[in-house]
Write a protein that binds this ligand. Structure first.
Ligand SMILES: Nc1ncnc2c1ncn2[C@@H]1O[C@H](COP(=O)(O)OP(=O)(O)OP(=O)(O)O)[C@@H](O)[C@H]1O
Ligand SMILES: Nc1nc2c(ncn2[C@@H]2O[C@H](COP(=O)(O)OP(=O)(O)O)[C@@H](O)[C@H]2O)c(=O)[nH]1
Length: 227
């Protein structure tokens, strides 16, 4: 019976988590899970957790741990037969511990990208708010300027992608990510990639995953339901 593969991708805002997760999902056939997308789906569906999460996001805050775990862990329990890659969770040590008690992670990718690069990328990042699809006017522009490729709806720039908000976001990321990174380092599953260009980092991630991901893997149970 093939073993399943579970991985997490971490990095500061703009480090390329979304871009790289999309490539990994396509290349290795993993299901891509994104906490941001999952929250947006819950907001759109008006679930209790979605309504609650929205009140935090609107104030530019992280959604509290108990709301996040209530949203995400049941979703992971549905994924017992799939290999997956998670982007955006865990974002606090409490979330990492909750994930730990639900799942055995195989690998954690941490992206280490210089501040100047993050600043440039985010000042050029445009998103389609309803879906979370991300564009960059230089790196991956939309087919039609200012419009989402799939829906044709307008793209927006998020206030917290502006340089003045970025310093605080990065400081916050460093503070909360450090204990999570230390935890994964101590478990021996952390792999850190540094650089200024996704296209130069990608071959290293690709070759690491080629050695780690079983060819196909659909029937095993690694996630156990929370008590
Ligand atoms: N694991 C999490 N814990 C708490 N809040 C979260 C979590 N994941 C997402 N959120 C909330 O949802 C919002 C949107 O998340 P998403 O990951 O799509 O975008 P983001 O914060 O702009 O990330 P990035 O800039 O790194 O791509 C976050 O700003 C935060 O308020
Ligand atoms: N110029 C440039 N932009 C990139 C590169 N990699 C990703 N981007 C863009 O930078 C922005 C941030 O990337 P994203 O994947 O959203 O990062 P995340 O915030 O970590 O999920 C997006 O607009 C991407 O299109 C790169 O190598 N060069």
């Amino acid at each position: 019976m093939a073993k399943l593969f579970r991985a997490v991708i971490m990095g500061p805002p703009g480090s390329g988590k979304g871009t790289i997760s999309e490539r990994i999902a396509q290349r290795f056939g993993l299901t891509r899970l994104s906490s941001g997308d999952f929250i947006r789906e819950n907001i759109a569906a008006n679930t209790d957790a979605g309504v609650l999460a929205k009140t935090y996001i609107e104030r530019g805050l992280l959604v509290p741990d108990h709301v996040m775990t209530r949203l995400l862990l049941p979703r992971l329990e549905e994924m017992t037969r799939h290999s997956w890659l998670m982007d955006g969770f865990p974002r606090t040590l409490a979330q990492a511990e909750a994930l730990n008690s639900t799942c055995d992670l195989d690998l954690v990718i941490s992206l280490n990208i210089p501040y100047e690069t993050l600043k440039e990328r985010l000042s050029d990042r445009w998103i389609h708010p309803a879906s979370g699809r991300v564009y960059n006017m230089g790196f991956n522009p939309p087919h039609v300027q200012g419009r989402d490729d799939i829906s044709g709806e307008p793209l927006i720039q998020q206030d917290d992608d502006k340089p003045e908000a970025l310093v605080a976001r990065l400081r916050h990321y460093k503070d909360v990510a450090k204990p999570i990174i230390d935890l994964y380092k101590s478990k021996g599953i952390l792999h850190t990639f540094s650089g200024t260009e996704t296209d130069r980092i990608w071959p290293y991630i690709n070759s690491l995953l080629s050695t780690k991901i079983p060819s196909t893997s659909q029937t095993d149970t690694q996630c156990i339901p929370m008590p």
